[in-house]
Design a protein around this ligand. Structure first.
Ligand SMILES: Cc1cc2nc3c(=O)[nH]c(=O)nc-3n(C[C@H](O)[C@H](O)[C@H](O)COP(=O)(O)OP(=O)(O)OC[C@H]3O[C@@H](n4cnc5c(N)ncnc54)[C@H](O)[C@@H]3O)c2cc1C
Length: 468
């Protein structure tokens, strides 16, 4: 890697020339960088936060599926940050119906100390050979006359610093500033993104005196308003991640006050102490149709790789980092940096989780139009095991058992059930279409036009305003 130090006298900016520059030392950036470094290439991760603060990210701290995370950072490296591995179900509180639903959650699930996890990830990347430049804020992107991205321009402690690289990985999280800077007019990179596709969320770390009864559960609760939700995730029996969020299509909530009000009304939080507060936006939308551009790949939150119904994005970010890195390594080896060379990354994302997330997004669309009290009323009538089966069976469709139980037990909600069944049918059609995601950028426009027609059906069925 070549590095040039500028001197104050000639005001020459510092410059670096790694093979790959990764912007953002979060989950996506660390897994991408570690995967590339393992192949012997020079990688610099540029992170705006300080060394001490890096990895400190607003999160609910629930980590799903860590047993199968990419091995470029071994699980043993992050495992000490898993503070509660005894969580095995979701507890859905539905105050409108005076009901609590307990639904098993299959697979490995942990609540983690997110800051410790973030720091351990960075350590894992460094052990793989990655260089981290802290306190360095990327301001813009370099692009050559052909439109290829060739590096980034940043500021570090008030001084300009530039990075020339074969590839830039945009792992800068939700609302990445890099995407405002790149001219994507010559590629299929997805620019159909706006603020209504995001959820605004806030969380506090709360310490209680007595162990909570639900220390083995992730607690969810709808807020009084549509498309808003609260969570209580136990890091330990007495340390709780308490938070809430709302889709930005809705009237803004006063997040801090709304959370305070709920905490005040719960007996288990009497005398509790808050020691950390953070808020951020997260994408609750379908994944980007394409997250590649010549010389440039977006990963994790920067490409909408979050489960839009749960807000869980750590797993998607880890895998997107790995898949992007493997496409980049192929590009470095073949000397190809164009969209077609990077396309396998889009395909692997869609194949692993993107198609499913796009289908789940249909329920977010429904939630913006449906009567939430009515939906909660219906949910409250259903048995937990059947719901779990429907949720985790791998498809988005309701099985015959649940369908029957719905009909028998849910008298008074038949209109809502019918709406839900029709919506599920639309989600299944969409899932099927995503299973035929194209294998080349030239075929994307055709695939998108059929997908957009399916989305029109979704809006018609749900009565929702178009989301995209
Ligand atoms: C309140 C909240 C609760 C959540 N709860 C959960 C949960 O319980 N479970 C779960 O799985 N997911 C959860 N998520 C989502 C999850 O946190 C994200 O999906 C995940 O962190 C995405 O990782 P990432 O690497 O893509 O981005 P990030 O973790 O956001 O990392 C981006 C990094 O880029 C850096 N950066 C940004 N801009 C620049 C710049 N210009 N220059 C240099 N560096 C820059 C940032 O400082 C940051 O370190 C939650 C999100 C929020 C907001």
């Amino acid at each position: 890697m070549s590095t040039q130090e500028g001197s104050a006298a000639d005001a020459t900016p510092r410059s670096h020339s790694p093979d790959v520059v990764v912007v953002g030392a979060g989950t996506a950036g660390c897994y991408a960088a570690a995967t590339i470094a393992h192949e012997g290439y020079d990688v610099v991760v540029v992170e705006r936060k300080s060394e001490e603060n890096a990895g400190h990210i607003a999160c609910g701290d629930a980590l799903k599926g860590a047993d199968a995370f990419p091995d470029s950072i071994p699980k043993s490296q992050i495992e000490p940050a898993f503070t509660n591995t005894g969580v095995d179900h979701g507890r859905f509180e539905i105050p409108q119906e005076d009901t609590v639903l307990e639904i098993p959650i299959p697979g490995e699930l942990a609540v983690i100390d997110r800051w410790d996890y973030g720091q351990r990830l960075i350590e894992g990347a460094i052990e793989a050979g990655v260089e981290i430049h802290y306190d360095t804020v990327v301001q813009t992107v370099r692009q050559n006359d052909d439109g290829r991205v060739t590096g980034v321009e940043a500021t570090s402690q008030g001084e300009p610093v530039s990075y020339d690289a074969e590839f830039v990985v945009d792992a800068a999280g939700a609302l990445s500033i890099l995407q405002d800077e790149v001219d994507f007019s010559e590629s299929t990179f997805d620019t159909n993104v706006n603020y209504t596709h995001f959820c605004s969320a806030y969380r506090e770390i709360v310490h209680v005196e007595e162990p909570v009864e639900w220390h083995d559960a992730l607690v969810f609760k709808p807020t009084d308003r549509a498309a808003g939700y609260l969570w209580y995730f136990p890091r330990t029996e007495t340390e709780i991640n308490a938070g809430l969020g709302f889709q930005m299509t809705e009237e803004p909530m006063t997040l801090v006050d709304d959370l305070k009000r709920d905490l005040r009304n719960r007996a288990e939080f009497q005398g509790a102490e808050v020691d950390n507060k953070l808020g951020a936006a997260l994408p609750t939308r379908r994944p980007y149709d394409s997250a590649v551009h010549p010389g440039y790949v977006a990963v994790g939150d920067a490409a909408g790789h979050v489960n839009p119904t749960t807000g869980g994005g750590i797993a998607g970010a880890a895998y997107a980092g790995k898949y992007a890195a493997e496409a980049i390594v192929d590009g470095l080896e073949s000397g190809e940096y164009g969209e077609a060379a990077l396309w396998e990354y889009n395909e692997r994302v869609m194949d692993h989780f993107g198609a499913r997330y796009a289908a789940l997004d249909v329920y977010n669309v429904l939630a913006t139009a449906a009567d939430v009290d009515e939906l909660m009323g219906l949910l409250a009538t259903l048995p937990g095991e059947s719901l779990a089966e429907a949720l985790y069976s791998g498809s988005t469709s309701i099985g015959p058992k649940l369908a029957l139980e719905c009909l028998v037990k849910s008298r008074g909600h038949w209109g809502t059930i019918w709406n839900l069944f029709q919506t599920k049918r639309r989600a299944d059609e969409l899932l099927e279409h995503y299973e035929h995601y194209p294998d080349h950028p030239d075929a994307l426009a055709h695939w998108q036009s059929r997908r957009d027609a399916l989305m029109e059906d979704v809006y018609e069925t749900t009565g929702a305003d178009p989301k995209y």
